[in-house]
Design a protein around this ligand. Structure first.
Ligand code: TPP
Ligand code: MG
Length: 389
């Protein structure tokens, strides 16, 4: 059986085509080559014979000898599809209609329409539910985790609060429709575990690249998209230093943000990672280079990021304790002006463990015993790793 798959080089086609080949079908692909040289195919994966052609230029002859068609080629429904809506319409609508007409002429019948099939599946599944045991186990796990979150929110850590308490105070201050924005550092992981999201649009954390500096600019975009929601940008000192200037834009455009600047004088996240990989938090503290050791383990740098934020036109509130933080957050919410709430947190107090293992390769050759030990540990963990697919 010969199957014609349109969009063979896209995200779905690159999975489907090899699977069809494995099951013994002959596959002919159609693709414009948007993803160059089958870049989405895994190494060594079977790649089908592919017609490099735009769907809009398909001819009756192209379907000669074809028994079935799986149609997936289109401009996807994201900003790319909106760049030139008429072209999207030409490809997605007219191209699909044309393919259906050509298929009809070639005697290939419609077996299923994806949306129709989904609707029928939904109908067939109506009333289905997981069994009570599974439901009970899920409820139990949820309640257990909720108790862990509650504890992390109320640690009473001293003298500086733990970051989890800062997150707890912001979560309490945020209304049900408000949005938290974050991107890099130790906060995305902690927010993932600890933030109680109450609205599908209430959680905007950039995990794609976890790009430092995204936070304030990203928050600005979120506020422009949803001016009726309060936007809480949570940003670490490292990330803040990489892109604070968008505060100026927020002030200029009168786009109100609440920025919670968590100062822990360095990279808590990378410091922890470095330590766990046997590299002693190298270069992750904002400290003076010490004369005696020649390393960055001198005193804390005299940097005042609150003053910095003030100089960029934001209102600034400094909080020294969790109670002060709550008061500051309430004030920031009331204010019509972009407000930076500055709070110090203990870099060494980590949030609850996720128990996940992170595949971060350790140097194979090292002089430090700690790094060699970390390499050994890495190799043993790596052995337990399995591919999902
Ligand atoms: C642009 C960019 N460079 C480097 C990194 C790697 N990185 C991830 S977190 C981090 C440190 C973040 O420091 P900070 O914002 O103070 O957060 P903390 O870890 O202290 O919570 C670095 C360097 C990154 N994610 N993005
Ligand atoms: Mg930091």
């Amino acid at each position: 059986m010969r199957i014609f798959v349109t969009g063979t080089e896209g995200y779905l086609g690159s999975l489907l085509a090899p699977e069809l080949v494995r099951r013994g079908y002959e596959v002919i692909g159609l693709d414009t080559g948007y993803y160059k040289e089958r870049m989405l195919y895994r190494n060594g994966e079977i790649t089908p014979l592919t017609l490099a052609k735009d769907l809009r230029h398909l001819e009756a002859d192209d379907l000669k000898g074809i028994d079935a068609i799986v149609h997936m080629a289109e401009l996807s429904n994201d900003p790319a599809g909106q760049l030139a809506p008429h072209i999207t319409y030409e490809i997605n609508h007219k191209g699909s209609v044309r393919l259906a007409e050509l298929a009809k002429h070639a005697g290939i019948s419609v077996v299923a329409d994806a949306r129709q099939t989904l609707e029928e599946l939904a109908e067939a599944l109506r009333g289905w539910s997981v069994d009570p045991e599974y439901r009970a186990a899920a409820t139990r796990a949820r309640n257990e985790w909720d108790a862990i979150v509650e504890r992390a929110y109320t640690l009473g850590h001293a003298p500086l609060p733990a970051q989890s308490e800062v997150i707890g105070a912001v979560n309490e201050a945020a209304g049900p429709r408000d949005v938290v924005v974050c991107a890099a550092g130790s906060m995305p992981g902690d927010l993932h575990k600890l933030w109680r999201t109450r609205d599908p649009k209430g959680y905007h954390v950039e995990y794609g690249f976890s790009c430092m500096g995204y936070e304030i600019a990203g928050g600005l975009g979120v506020k422009l998209a949803a001016p009726d929601r309060e936007v809480f940008v949570m940003v670490g000192d490292g990330s803040y230093l990489m892109l604070a200037q968008e505060l100026v834009t927020a002030v200029q455009e009168n786009v109100k943000l609440v920025v919670v600047l968590v100062q822990n004088h360095g990279f808590a996240s990378i410091g922890r990672l470095s330590e766990s990989l046997g590299s002693q938090r190298f270069g992750t503290s904002y400290r003076y280079r010490s004369q005696s050791s020649g390393r960055l383990d001198g005193g804390v740098l005299p940097v005042d990021l609150a003053a910095n934020a003030e100089s960029l036109g934001a209102h600034v509130l400094r909080a020294g304790t969790v109670d002060e933080l709550r008061v500051a957050l309430a004030k920031a919410k009331e204010s019509e002006h972009t407000t930076v709430v500055y709070v110090e947190a203990d870099a060494m107090e980590a949030g609850p463990d996720s128990e996940a293992w992170w595949d971060v390769p350790v140097a194979e050759v090292a002089e430090l015993d700690s790094t060699r030990a970390a390499r050994e540990h890495y190799e043993s963990e790596k052995k337990a790793q399995r591919m999902y697919l």
